[in-house]
Design a protein around this ligand. Structure first.
Ligand SMILES: Cc1cc2nc3c(=O)[nH]c(=O)nc-3n(C[C@H](O)[C@H](O)[C@H](O)COP(=O)(O)OP(=O)(O)OC[C@H]3O[C@@H](n4cnc5c(N)ncnc54)[C@H](O)[C@@H]3O)c2cc1C
Length: 463
């Protein structure tokens, strides 16, 4: 009989915690997950991936955005779209997702401990519920999956309604006519671009001179072009020094260059901070970097080998997709099951801007820097029957391949369904395939997947 209450205790019920807990439970281990009652499912379900992607779908539907090619740029499904209309769909999806997480944990026999955890020593935690006495629990192994929260500079007077961060945005009651977005990372650009579909005038400010440097430049140029056409203004290479409300209640962002940007509201999406400050890491013999992130080895073990960490708390790439996998791998390693690790080059990236961007493998910039010769094959959605049917004039698929061996090196897509489409390239890359595969394969017709054939033929013609 073990001296501990559990074989594994997981702190946090986001994707990393859930998948880590369930993987251990499936091995017959006694597992508990700690989280606050209102946060079951993590940031992912409540303020991150699920609300933002549901909001995007609601906006694209109600604004009639996808139909405008046919019915004119002023076409709308609903004349007046309120924040409440959008929140309605978000709430439905969030409630359902919370239920799914609860059911999955329950079905797998995982105990849910409600409250905030902090370490007492390297094997025990104290769990403090909101309105009752703390309880203690111990475990042979622990998995820290406590995620992150938005951070804010002291000069940004967040009020949750006119000046808000990404965690607060799903709760905003009124949509502004003009929005200032500070921070042009993935989250800032996703929100900025979806709000332009509602004809909200968006000004995006970032101190970096370029957008999303890890993404293929052609995709970024296309995104900037389409956002500008919908009225977005980019102020790159500009630093916000101060934000205030003027006498009329409008928001003013003061820039280091002396400019002022005015808007009805401001979304602040600069950086996130790991939630390790609540954990009393020192009591377990652990530390964190200045942003609260925990360092782990390739098996997700911290410097205390029976304590693992996974998900956003360990930093890049900080995605729900990778966090889930890290949680599963961590718990496999702690109980002696060696799962195959994902090769980083095969990780897909989905950026849910409007239009959507997705990629797998290397970019032209990376190949050039590494002096790897490559050739390009491109298919535009408007060359495809499906592209015409959908009315997507923005879409593009670009394949990068070795001109000698014809092996696929990378794939980059922008447009409707890009994040789904990219998995075909991911499979071909994983199996070391050549672009001849796309030339010689029959795809359903009409589909966007046909873009692979068109791009492969275009690429081969260039040789
Ligand atoms: C706006 C936005 C959009 C996003 N869109 C996408 C997307 O499209 N695709 C994608 O793959 N990813 C997306 N992400 C990222 C994704 O949401 C995160 O990568 C993912 O949620 C991280 O999972 P996690 O398990 O590390 O932790 P989280 O989901 O952050 O959950 C951590 C949990 O730990 C709990 N916790 C913290 N401290 C304690 C404590 N002391 N005691 C008990 N519980 C504690 C918290 O309450 C929380 O529930 C998005 C994020 C944001 C913010």
């Amino acid at each position: 009989m073990s001296e501990y209450t559990y074989d594994l205790l997981v702190i946090g019920s986001g994707p990393a915690g859930q998948k880590g807990a369930i993987a251990a439970a499936k091995l017959g281990k006694r597992v508990a997950v700690v989280d606050r009652r209102e946060m079951t499912g993590g940031v992912c379900v409540h303020t991150g991936m699920i609300p933002s992607k549901t909001l995007r779908e609601a906006i694209l539907y109600l604004s009639g955005f996808r139909q405008r090619t046919f019915y004119g740029k002023d076409y709308v499904v609903s004349d007046k779209i309120s924040a409440r209309d959008l929140a309605h769909r978000v709430q439905r999806v969030v409630e359902r997702e919370v239920e799914v997480v609860h059911n999955q944990l329950r079905r797998n026999g995982v105990t849910s401990l409600v409250g905030t955890a902090r370490f007492v020593d390297s094997h025990s935690v104290e769990v403090t519920p909101e309105s009752s006495q703390p309880v203690r629990a111990s475990a042979e192994h622990l998995l820290i999956a406590c995620g992150t929260r938005s951070t804010c500079a002291p000069d940004i007077p967040l009020d949750g309604q006119c000046i808000f961060d990404a965690d607060q945005l799903p709760e905003v009651n009124e949509l502004p006519r003009e929005l200032i977005v500070v921070g042009a990372g993935v989250i800032g650009l996703e929100y900025a671009s979806m709000l332009t579909a509602l004809d909200i005038k968006v000004t995006i400010i970032d101190q970096r001179p370029t957008l999303l440097d890890f993404v293929d430049r052609e995709m970024i140029e296309a995104l900037s072009y389409h956002m500008r056409r919908r009225g977005a203004t980019f102020r790159l290479g500009e630093t916000v020094t101060r934000v205030e409300r003027d006498a009329q209640g409008r928001v003013v962002a003061h820039l280091e260059s002396g400019k002022r940007v005015h808007g009805g509201a401001l979304l602040y999406t600069v950086g996130r901070q790991a939630n390790t400050d609540l954990l009393d890491l020192g009591a377990a013999g652990l530390g964190a970097d200045p942003r609260g992130r925990i360092l782990v080895n390739e098996n997700f073990q911290t410097s205390v080998p029976h304590i693992y960490a996974a998900g956003d708390v360990i930093g890049f790439p900080s995605l729900a997709s990778t966090s889930s996998e890290q949680g599963r791998l961590a718990s496999g390693h702690m109980f002696g099951v060696n799962h195959r690790h994902v090769v980083p080059e095969l990780l897909p990236y989905g950026i849910y801007t409007v239009p959507e961007i997705s990629m797998v493998g290397r970019t032209e910039q990376q190949l050039t820097a590494a002096r790897v010769p490559y050739e390009i094959g491109i298919a535009k959605y408007d060359e495809l029957a499906k592209g015409q049917i959908l009315g997507d004039e923005t879409g593009l698929l670009k394949l990068l391949f070795d001109p000698e061996s014809l092996k696929l090196l990378g794939a980059h897509a922008i447009g409707d369904g890009a994040a789904e489409l990219i998995h075909i390239a991911q499979a071909v890359l994983a199996f070391g395939g050549t672009i001849e595969y796309f030339r010689d394969t029959v795809f359903n017709y009409p589909t966007l997947a046909e873009a692979y054939k068109v791009a492969a033929l275009a690429g081969l013609n260039r040789l």
